[in-house]
Write a new protein. Structure first.
Lengths: 230, 428
């Protein structure tokens, strides 16, 4: 039995050519199943290979936190600098160790969770040091960065195409938000306005516009792919 | 060999443990299809009988402070039933137990090797000795130790377990800058399934066709493969942006240096043509690839190419560098350079003879190399008697390369019979 399109000989009983998927139609042929070359046994689903590393890092971070806590209590009788160390360990745990417990950690979940952990730590530092910069500066700046990063991760993960447009748009958004960030800095710390943000706006927006143009102009895109990405 | 032993990795093997990653390990397979169904109990006995003769294969991978090394296995190797597809992932945990798998399915004995142990030619010696021992036990016949079958009553030799790269390395490294090549792409199988399409070809017809172009079978198949990839590139990429299409061909160095090692001793060359200057026909490609290969396969040049890999291994700074830093550096170098110079591999073991007393029991031999980290396709070839098996493995859904390759062979007058483990065709 031969494939009419490829010209290769096929195994008896196959419903279509494995090369071109052209259906086999031969009324004179036996309707027997083709001989299976491999068993139907699939390999065992393997455990997550990063779990031993996750266990090790969890133990190390717990040990660091405990040692700092007891040393600080022994020395000062209260949670002082050890609180900062413990929170830093917690942030490291949430950002780096927590995703290791999962076979395929979803960045759409873990990116905002990591930023929330960083926000929590900044809040603690602000309260502990008696500062007044969290609500007026850290929170909005972190919020902008979280929204932009999460949006980029979601788009790149689920859209899959138009990467140049996504990255270009993201760069323009970062450039635009730098003015907002400088405004929050000005409000909180009473510094001069428009000191550095115009440079950031022009640099990020320039790069973003270049990528948008590359997305539109095919030869430029091909050149860019050839030079930078392949 | 009853006492515990360990071996250094050979020069080519150093990279394989460093670049492995979840879901991918550099494993290849050789298998023999016999005339009757396999008895797993006898196969187990044959596998155990071979252990003293092949100390460099019955090993597990261990990590030291500065280097990986191979250590003998603690428990007898257990033969297992084959899986739904070849070259399933060999995890780090499995490599810590044994880097070798012996599998059976119906009338086929398959052996899968982590590439750090040996290369295709070393594996072919092991497979033939295993099959010969199995046939001896099963049918009570005597298979003489000839044509790649080793006498298992004799002890192993030092040459068999030696690192020939160190022995035959030149004093000066030969390094030639190469442009990056065109890469094939496709829709990856999410569950790691490997599709295999086997072209079964009469050796005589294939040889005759190759000789018509005045080239060897390896060069002819590389030319047909290059033509297929060039045609695909021509459809997908505008002419001005086309890249070189280069086929990575493994060269067995045993024939050049008369080495008897059973460990890795092969190098890869990347003959090919620039897609912008096309179109090329098969005769053009045969001519180019033949001359590119023959210009490189000189013992002096090969010694220089070996030196390029061996000399860094001897640097004191690298030797005292902790393993995790070495791994990081090797991984970085491999990611940057390792798979950028070729479009896909063709590994041809050539004619692998079996003893006359064994040939009535063996229908055919097969050789399958796995996909690379970034190459979705690879091709491996082996001939035994009048049957040549061209195995094309892929981890993507599209069959365009296989269709073009085998169709071109048919157009050139080579009859091809196709077999596959395709899930679509099996209704799975």
């Amino acid at each position: 039995m031969y494939c009419v399109k490829c010209g290769v000989r096929l195994q008896d009983g196959v419903p279509s050519c494995p090369l071109c998927q052209t259906p086999v139609w031969n009324p004179d042929a036996d309707k027997a199943e083709p001989e299976k070359r491999y068993s139907s046994r699939l390999p065992k689903r393997l455990p997550n290979e990063r779990i031993p590393a996750a266990i090790f890092l969890t133990i190390v971070l717990c040990a660091v936190c405990s040692a700092c806590f007891f040393f600080c209590m022994e020395q000062l009788g209260k949670v002082a600098w050890s609180g900062h160390v413990m929170l830093a360990c917690a942030v490291v745990y949430v950002c780096a160790v927590l995703p290791m417990w999962f076979r395929k950690p979803n960045p759409v979940i873990f990116v905002p969770v990591s930023f929330a952990a960083v926000g929590g730590m900044l809040l603690y530092i602000c309260v502990d040091t008696g500062g007044k910069w969290f609500l007026s500066f850290a929170f909005p700046v972190l919020g902008i960065i979280t929204i932009l990063t999460t949006a980029a991760v979601v788009l790149l993960r689920y859209v899959g195409r138009w990467k140049l447009f996504i990255i270009g748009g993201l760069l323009i958004a970062i450039g635009g938000s730098s003015m907002l960030i400088e405004m929050f800095q000005h409000i909180t710390f009473e510094t001069r306005m428009f000191v550095w943000s115009p440079y950031a706006v022009s640099a990020f927006c320039g790069a973003g516009l270049f990528l948008l143009l590359a997305g539109i102009i095919k030869p430029l895109r091909q050149w860019l792919i050839r030079r930078a990405f392949l | 060999m009853s006492h515990r032993y360990w071996l250094r990795l050979d020069n080519a093997a150093l990279i394989f443990p460093a670049i492995r990653r979840p879901g991918w390990s550099n494993v290849f397979r050789e298998s023999a299809t016999l005339t009757e169904d396999i008895d797993p109990v006898i196969l187990q006995e044959a596998a155990e009988d071979l252990q003293p003769r092949f100390p460099s294969l019955y090993v597990r991978l261990r990590a030291g402070v500065f280097w990986f090394y191979l250590e003998d296995i603690r428990a007898p190797l257990q033969v297992r039933k084959d899986f739904a597809y070849p070259l399933t992932y060999m995890s780090k945990e499995e490599q810590k137990t044994c880097c070798l798998r012996i599998l059976y399915y119906k009338n086929r004995i398959a052996v899968e090797f982590f590439h750090a142990l040996t290369d295709g030619n070393g594996a072919a010696v092991f497979l033939r000795t295993l099959v010969a021992r199995y046939v001896e036990l099963r049918y009570n016949v005597k298979i003489p130790a000839e044509k790649g079958v080793l006498d298992i009553t004799e002890p192993y030799t030092q040459e068999e377990i030696s690192d020939s790269f160190q022995k035959y390395s030149g004093k000066y490294a030969l390094s030639r800058p190469e442009p990056n090549s065109y890469r094939l792409k496709g829709t990856r199988e999410k569950d790691g399934f490997r599709h295999l399409i086997t072209g079964v070809i009469p050796t005589k017809e294939l040889l005759n066709t190759a000789h018509r172009y005045d080239v060897s079978v390896t060069v002819f198949l590389a030319a047909v493969m290059a033509k297929s990839v060039l045609d695909m590139q021509a459809v997908r990429v505008p002419r001005a942006f086309r890249k070189p299409v280069k086929i990575t061909v493994a060269v067995d160095l045993r024939r050049i240096f008369q080495s008897g090692t059973l460990r890795n001793f092969a190098l890869a060359l990347n003959p090919g043509v620039d897609g912008r200057f096309g179109p090329y026909d098969i005769a053009d490609l045969c001519k180019v690839i033949k001359h590119q290969l023959s210009a490189e396969i000189l013992p002096q040049f090969m010694a220089g190419r070996i030196a390029e890999n061996v000399l860094p291994q001897k640097l004191l700074i690298l030797r005292i560098m902790p393993l995790f830093i070495k791994n990081f550096v090797m991984r970085l170098v491999y990611n940057y350079r390792g798979e950028t110079k070729g479009s896909l591999n063709i590994s041809n073991l050539g004619n692998v003879p079996v003893p006359d007393a064994l040939s009535p029991y063996v229908q055919r031999l097969e050789f399958i190399i796995g996909t690379q980290i970034t190459y979705p396709n690879n091709c491996s070839v082996i001939s035994c008697g009048d049957v040549t098996c061209v195995n094309m493995i892929r981890n993507i859904r599209e069959t365009e390369l296989e269709r073009r390759f085998f169709s071109q062979l048919v157009e050139l007058g080579v009859p091809v019979a196709i077999e596959s483990n395709d899930r679509i065709n099996e209704g799975a």
